[in-house]
Design a protein around this ligand. Structure first.
Ligand SMILES: NC(=O)c1ccc[n+]([C@@H]2O[C@H](COP(=O)([O-])OP(=O)(O)OC[C@H]3O[C@@H](n4cnc5c(N)ncnc54)[C@H](O)[C@@H]3O)[C@@H](O)[C@H]2O)c1
Ligand SMILES: CCCCC/C=C\C=C\[C@H](O)C/C=C\C/C=C\CCCC(=O)O
Length: 257
């Protein structure tokens, strides 16, 4: 029987998907610490959540995930307030193709660092009580997209990290499970593209119009797969406007590739 999830830490939770995940978790009675680089948006989300769920259920940390010290301090603040973190959600991300170094640093490096911080805290073999680590990648981490190659590279990297961690035969004794969420275009601020943020902007826009846009609620439904099911290790959840959410897991298949 899988351990109950009582507390969560969500990066990039001030708005968009991270806010949606945090609210869905709070609706389930799970306490949430969310971290974000946007101080005022984060504060106002915190005020709203506190009025809905109570002061003891939620906290906001102003945090730039590209600073590992900042990320560690925020995670430790959540541990201090809640006693433990059972669910780590590395969600903070950007999609601006003109910011290569920042993009890799936020979308890939910080998600790996966040996973490592959570892993050290959660691992049962070192006195922790286990937990789940969910990385938010993208369908652009599963198929190449020529108008956003740097973004794709960051998300392919994250999917590779997820597969590697989920395939660790020692994960079970550490009480850890790894999940990866891969939504296609979703109705948040990140898809407010302009010519400076994407190669072949017109073609990118046409592609987006052709495949459609997920609602945040549809992606939150896909995300909750990782909370509602016992055995999620290695699962990749895709969410597309045409097909809704689907669960894939090459680690649970008999064939290796
Ligand atoms: N919306 C989509 O189409 C879509 C599709 C697939 C995957 N995703 C991924 O979902 C995640 C959330 O994006 P979103 O769609 O909600 O966009 P969003 O822009 O609404 O939210 C991203 C959040 O991350 C925060 N953030 C950015 N840099 C940060 C940093 N250095 N430190 C801390 N916080 C930081 C932002 O302030 C913001 O609150 C991202 O990883 C994104 O790549 C989005
Ligand atoms: C790929 C362009 C990304 C630009 C960066 C900004 C926003 C990010 C949005 C999403 O993460 C990208 C989502 C999907 C793009 C890729 C492929 C979708 C294919 C879906 C399908 O097969 O139906």
């Amino acid at each position: 029987m899988q351990q109950l999830i009582r507390t969560a830490f969500v990066t990039g939770g001030a708005q968009g998907l991270g806010r949606g995940f945090s609210k869905a978790l709070l609706d389930r009675g799970i306490k949430v610490c969310f971290a974000d680089v946007q101080a005022s948006v984060g504060k106002s989300t915190e005020t709203e959540f506190k009025s809905l769920y109570g002061d003891d259920k939620v906290m906001f940390c102003h945090c730039d995930v590209t600073s590992v010290n900042n990320l560690e301090d925020s995670f430790n603040a959540a541990v201090k307030k809640f006693g433990h973190v059972d669910l780590m959600v590395n969600n903070a991300g950007i999609g601006d193709e003109s910011k290569l170094v920042q993009m890799i640093s936020i979308n890939l490096t910080a998600a790996i660092q966040g996973s490592q911080i959570a892993l050290e805290h959660m691992r049962k073999d070192k006195g922790g009580r286990g937990g789940r680590i969910i990385n938010v990648a993208s369908t652009a981490g599963l198929i190449g997209v020529y108008f956003s190659p740097r973004y794709c590279a960051s998300k392919f990297g994250l999917v590779g990290y997820h597969h590697s961690m989920a395939s660790n035969p020692h994960a079970k004794e550490m009480g850890l499970q790894f999940g990866c969420l891969c939504p296609a275009f979703t109705d948040t601020a990140i898809i407010n593209f302009d010519e400076t943020k994407m190669d072949y902007y017109d073609e990118g826009l046409k592609f987006l119009e052709a495949i459609g846009i997920n609602t945040v609620d549809a992606v939150v439904d896909g995300f909750m797969h990782f909370v509602d099911n016992d055995d999620i290790n290695g699962d990749i959840v895709t969410v597309t406007a045409q097909r809704g959410f689907q669960v894939k897991n090459k680690h649970k298949r008999k064939a290796h590739l």
